[in-house]
Write a protein of this length. Structure first.
Length: 134
């Protein structure tokens, strides 16, 4: 099992435990994108990138994240979990791609910085420090 499949498996287990699913939700596409199968409670699309692009190298990029129930901590809890996964697998950054106003505010609250006005990134070190101080 390669590291991308290991990350997929860990995120799958996390979502199954947190949201009480019995069946696997998460799969890995051939171009290393982790995504959830269509369901009513969770929408996730995560790019795994080791090379530099608009985002820095070694970055887990959230292209889409959504939870049916909002404003109860699911997003923050997932970002904290993702930072721990990033640290475990040697990723240095977490990014949020193509933000809207709501996700921009969320990113800023967690200490992400703007790359170009609609894409945000934060170092895993800074993110873990933010959570440690909370």
């Amino acid at each position: 099992m390669n590291e991308y499949e290991e990350i997929r498996k860990e995120i799958d287990i996390y979502l199954m435990e947190r949201f009480k699913y019995r069946l696997s939700l998460v799969y890995l596409t051939p171009d290393n994108i982790i995504t959830t199968r269509r369901n009513s409670r969770i929408d996730l699309y995560l790019r795994i990138r080791r090379v530099e692009s608009l985002f820095p190298p070694d970055c887990l990029i959230i292209a889409r994240i959504g939870f049916k129930k909002e404003h109860i901590g699911h997003g923050t809890h997932f970002i904290r979990y993702l930072a721990e996964i990033a640290l475990k697998y040697g990723f240095k950054y977490i990014g949020i791609e193509s933000t809207n106003e709501k996700s921009q505010n969320f990113a800023k609250k967690l200490g992400f910085h703007s790359i170009d006005g609609s894409n945000y990134a934060v170092s895993v070190e800074n993110l873990l420090s933010y959570f440690k101080n909370k």
